[in-house]
Design a protein around this ligand. Structure first.
Ligand code: IVH
Length: 668
């Protein structure tokens, strides 16, 4: 067998295993065997870059490059459905369809999946684009992230796949993954996701596809669109899509009358809780595409479909008091303390009140009878007050506080933001602890110490900031309850090891507002050292690609603060890296120094994101639109005619992939 044949055989085999595992939930080999085959394919592909294929199963792993999201216009607008909670409305929908059609019709009943919607484009069977709903007309191009979802085929199978087909569906984070992710976030003291829907939409907008890959998203597809669909009914097209390898729910019923619809609705009201993913209702669609067309749409929704939503579980109880908590970031959250009440199987004593506006709009008074609801959320929320239950002596009106309940500093609320913050970052205990907890996280300094220990050390006066960690002595630790010689040595070793953490992670560990992992990397590469970043002006900072005013201002403010400079001086004394090391810099060149390059169209050898990264790694600047200052237009396939015309007009040199790659492989 030639290498080419082996690669192809492995690709087909691995994709079949992916399908068995993720779509059919019936794997036929062990994870270990799968990993071995995947590693073999990765090695062969690395050795033979000429056999690159964007649809190879190896391309799901997600590269480490960052992507910003290009806006893409939907070929067909992404409409939402008319929603109802009432069975009467379902009857009204059924009657109106019946009146309008004046002939027999079928209704397809499906589950309404509670995730984030996605539109997939397959061209000649290859996944070429995945776009979020956006505003319904234009959405975010999240293809790189969607490629990491194993149940979404990169390539469709079968010989009846239309040349161009769009498939819509819902991206979901299964309950088990949601719980795992939140546990992990709790351990890292990162904010929890309120429900799987938020987790799914947050994940699909992540900048780093490799991170998305770790989250194990899933997807159910429920709508096939295109000019040359194989069948005349929605149901048959879904069945065709299932054969093409897409994950289509098994829980679909073609109903021939209203009673069958109601049976479907009632059968799922309770049973849906046993599904591995979140659902919040039932979607009903007219089956025949001809009839759908005949019914048409209103300004916002199709007339041929409706969503029936299940009632969230709700209980009535008494509001005893409201307390205010200060989080690790300084955000102040109001929490309602309730008379215990049973709701969806658990006893609820507390509920989130979110922010000042919500308190105000509820017009809450202590002693009020309040409705508590548990939607998809883990933390129940107060959704209303039973005003009729108020007696003559109304309790005190609930007001948001104006000072930090922990340190007493007057709270601030930025323009356009819902939350109140305590601005005393370097003096307010929960924020100081939060800063240390961030400092030690895996992606920052990776120091082996949990939030409870930090809290304990903080309250014992052993540490006030991250530099104090490096002053800890073995006896400080062994004197604390629950600590022995071994665990103390382990922590000290982990602290010693952390001095080898690369500079970009040290920068991230400082917890400068808006300087996340990616921004820290960019700043570290652009400036090379802590001192240069500290000296940089707002203008020098914003000159770095993707560093905007908000980030730059935050960096300048951080280094202006004497206390932060002192902290850094102490960390430097302890041996932490304050400069980028040569290894990280190798691979970087100045081959494109001073050149501004616009990327447009689609490419075959590398993704857009990869080209963007190559430009930056080689000292060039990638910008979005063509101007007089543009040096090159890196043009791929299906580039818009407007861009081409503008480039020609301004005399911008147009190069293709090969020419660009040749520029990089040339000797400096
Ligand atoms: S069909 C024009 N089917 O619910 C019809 N939508 O407002 C397009 N959803 O935006 C949607 N499960 O994100 C359809 N089985 C299902 C669905 C479903 C969940 C979501 C979808 C849509 C929203 C309805």
């Amino acid at each position: 067998m030639s290498v080419k044949q082996e690669i192809e055989a492995l690709r087909t085999e691995l994709e079949q295993h992916n399908y068995n595992y993720y779509v059919l939930s019936a794997p036929t080999i062990s994870d270990q065997e799968f990993d071995e085959k995947m590693r073999r394919l990765q090695r062969l592909e690395q050795e033979h870059p000429e056999l690159y294929d964007p649809a190879s199963p190896t391309q799901r792993v997600g590269s480490d490059l960052t992507n910003n999201f290009e806006k893409i216009e939907h070929r067909y607008p992404m409409l939402s459905l008319a929603n109802t909670y009432s069975e009467n409305d379902v009857q009204a929908f059924y009657d109106s369809v019946s009146r309008a059609l004046q002939e027999s019709f079928e209704i397809v009943a499906e589950l309404k999946y509670d995730g984030t919607s996605i539109s997939l484009t397959y061209e000649r069977g290859i996944l070429t684009q995945a776009v979020t709903r956006g505003d319904g007309t234009r959405g975010d191009n999240v293809t790189a992230n969607v490629r990491t979802i194993r149940s979404i085929p990169l390539k469709l199978r079968g010989d009846d796949v239309p040349d161009l087909v769009e498939i819509r569906g819902e991206i979901l984070l299964p309950w088990a993954e949601f719980d795992r992710l939140n546990k992990e976030r709790a351990a890292q003291e990162e904010p929890l996701f309120a429900n799987p829907r938020n987790a799914a939409s947050g994940t699909i907008k992540q900048k780093n596809p490799a991170e998305v890959a770790t989250r194990h998203l899933d997807a159910y597809l429920y709508y096939v669109l295109g000019e040359n669909l194989p069948y005349g009914t929605h149901y048959e097209n879904l069945e065709a899509a299932r054969k093409w390898g897409l994950k289509i729910s098994d829980n679909i019923r073609v109903c021939r009358n209203f009673e069958e619809i109601m049976e479907f609705i009632h059968s799922w009201d309770a049973a849906r809780h046993n599904l591995p993913v979140a659902t919040d209702g039932i979607v009903l669609k007219v089956n025949s595409l001809r009839q759908q067309q005949q019914l048409g749409m209103t300004a916002k929704n199709p007339r041929w479909a409706i969503a029936y939503k299940f009632q969230a579980e709700r209980a009535l109880t008494t509001l005893n008091s409201v307390s205010f908590q200060v989080g690790r970031t300084g955000a102040v959250t109001p929490v309602a303390n309730l008379a215990p009440v049973l709701l969806a199987g658990t006893t609820v004593k507390r509920a989130s009140l979110h922010n000042a506006d919500i308190i105000e709009s509820l017009d809450l008074h202590i002693g009020d009878k309040v409705y508590v609801e548990k939607g998809g959320e883990i933390i129940p929320k107060i959704v209303g007050v039973d005003v009729s239950a108020r007696g003559a002596n109304l309790g005190e009106k609930v007001k948001f506080i104006d000072r930090c309940p922990v340190c007493g500093t007057p709270l601030v609320r930025s323009e356009g933001e819902a939350a109140h913050y305590c601005p005393n970052e370097s003096g307010c205990p929960p924020q100081l602890m939060g800063g240390i907890e961030h400092f030690v996280t895996r992606k920052a300094m990776n120091i082996n110490v949990g939030p409870e220990t930090i809290e304990d050390f903080f309250h014992a006066g052993l540490i006030k900031n991250s530099a104090d960690l490096y002053e800890l002595k073995i006896t400080d630790l062994t004197h604390r309850e629950g600590w022995g010689e071994t665990s103390a040595q382990k922590l000290l070793k982990s602290l010693r090891d952390s001095v080898n953490v690369p500079f970009e992670r040290v920068l991230f560990a400082l917890g400068i507002r808006y300087v996340g992992e990616t921004v820290a990397k960019k700043l570290a590469y652009a400036f090379g050292s802590m001192d240069s970043i500290a000296r940089a002006t707002q203008a020098e900072l914003t000159a770095v690609p993707e560093i905007g005013e908000r980030i730059a201002q935050s960096v300048v403010d951080y280094f202006k603060d004497e206390r932060n400079r002192e902290l850094i001086a102490r960390l430097r004394e302890k041996g932490l890296r304050m400069e980028i090391d040569d290894e990280a810099l190798s691979g970087r060149t100045e081959k494109l120094k001073g050149l501004t390059i616009v990327i447009s169209g689609t490419f075959t050898k590398h993704s857009r994101e990869e080209y963007k990264n190559m430009i930056e790694m080689n000292g060039g600047k990638n910008v979005g639109s063509i101007s007089k200052k543009t040096n090159y237009l890196l043009a791929g396939d299906s580039m818009g005619p407007a861009k081409l015309e503008k480039a020609t007009q301004l005399g911008v040199k147009i190069i293709n992939e090969e020419e660009f790659l040749a520029m990089l492989s040339a000797d400096e």
